[in-house]
Design a binder for this molecule. Sequence first.
Ligand SMILES: Cc1cc2nc3c(=O)[nH]c(=O)nc-3n(C[C@H](O)[C@H](O)[C@H](O)COP(=O)(O)OP(=O)(O)OC[C@H]3O[C@@H](n4cnc5c(N)ncnc54)[C@H](O)[C@@H]3O)c2cc1C
Length: 465
Amino acid sequence: MKIIIVGGGISGLSAYLSFKKYLKTGTHTISIYEKHHSQLNATSTTNDGETTTSTFEELSSSGAIVGGGLGVSPNGMRILKELSLDLHDAVDKQGFRAEQFVFRSSRGWRLSSQPTSDRRIEDGEEVCVASSRHGLWQCLRDEVARVDKDILRYRKVIGVEMGDEAGSRRPRVLFEDGEEEEADLVVGADGVKSIVKDAIFGDVDAFKPVYEGMIGVGGFLPNSSLPPLPPCDANSMVFTFGPNGFFGYSPSSPDTTMWWSTCEAENIPATTRISTSDMQSQLKAHHEKWKDPTIKAIIQKADVESIYPVWTTPELPHWGKGGVILVGDAAHGLNPTSGQGSSQAMEDTKTLAILLERFMNQTNAGGRTHEQALSLPEAIDRTIRVLYEVRNQRIDKIVQRTKMMSNRKKEQGFVEEMVTCFFLWLIGKVPAAGKLVVGDVLKELYRWDVYAEIEIALKKLELDG
Ligand SMILES: Cc1cc2nc3c(=O)[nH]c(=O)nc-3n(C[C@H](O)[C@H](O)[C@H](O)COP(=O)(O)OP(=O)(O)OC[C@H]3O[C@@H](n4cnc5c(N)ncnc54)[C@H](O)[C@@H]3O)c2cc1C
């Protein structure tokens, strides 16, 4: 089978490693195409020290905004470990093991804390690893290069022609350099503004990414430049909520602290130019009266290094057809507040590879006689249908839960602010009450059994396993 992966981000690289791990039936040729050569942080600065401005569209699609930090939660860390122990350990080592989430109020109150460990429900233990996005991506890229150093190729995909659903015409990928390539399966791992998604759904407004009116800003500072944390907040990711926004920080490597905040920017037309210095002023105005000495130090010293406009994907009626499938942000761009962007992307690609192997096993290549065997397009079509059935419900739950938290990051009146504080205090003091409101988050997120979910989906779709 010939597989083309469009996009060499977290989803694309983990899709490749998952195919290598799970896809045993038949022989396969896999290619990954990525449009950006380098994804290093690159906030542009003019000679006189003023940061340049860019349009919203330029920023949203630019490789120059590589984002700041993210958390790989225990479910993501377990997938990394399954892919390769070396990969898992490399991510762990370059990042920071955040053993607890600490929730604070801008008024200086420590409201509650929550362990990130999955020890309560799983064998062994994983915790949330805080990392720069670049650090996680670099570890995946190194692991992919260890398997095949030439597999990741830098070419921009400008379109995809769909295969037909009967399987008589294969999908075709079109490149900026004028070349074209056919494959049996095209995996759209090309992020929230996915061109592969456009090929599947066409120009339908209901399926286009939605701008959430918020811009995530962030950066990194040496730990040595910040005041020491109180012992109760050591080894933590700290989330502080105030009447006029949100601020988060956490070490992201043994010697660096990452910080992030959100600036509201409603209804910015594509032509409006935004600048990092404006973001910087907004940040100071928002947080300078906040009590936490670490936040005070960060906003005094930090430059806005990354700008990440928050786009999400509306729920899609399916994730593919005709030999083309979406994974990761292309299928379900999540609000970063979920803390699950990279982990859910890896769950998608693991599920995709397991399903593909399962249905490949029902083709001739899996040893079935001609009468019993699925054709290759049938095996791919079943994979696509079952993947959606297995994954979409899980993503929807995460989206619903994230909406609750995300609203608390926007500007709030006094009453709303106190409700937020009370809620965050309550989940610490009376965990059962928290579970009643948001469910048993740790259990739901970390105890998700892909094999059991596949069985449920096969039954529902009345397909043979
Ligand atoms: C620049 C950037 C900054 C980010 N910053 C943050 C952040 O600060 N916080 C956070 O929580 N999440 C951030 N994310 C999102 C986070 O990485 C994802 O939620 C998660 O890792 C899932 O990733 P993904 O691989 O599905 O999508 P992405 O990480 O978006 O990766 C998609 C990849 O596809 C490539 N691509 C896109 N179009 C094409 C094309 N036409 N041809 C070839 N290649 C293409 C992109 O260059 C990119 O490498 C960022 C993503 C990007 C791309």
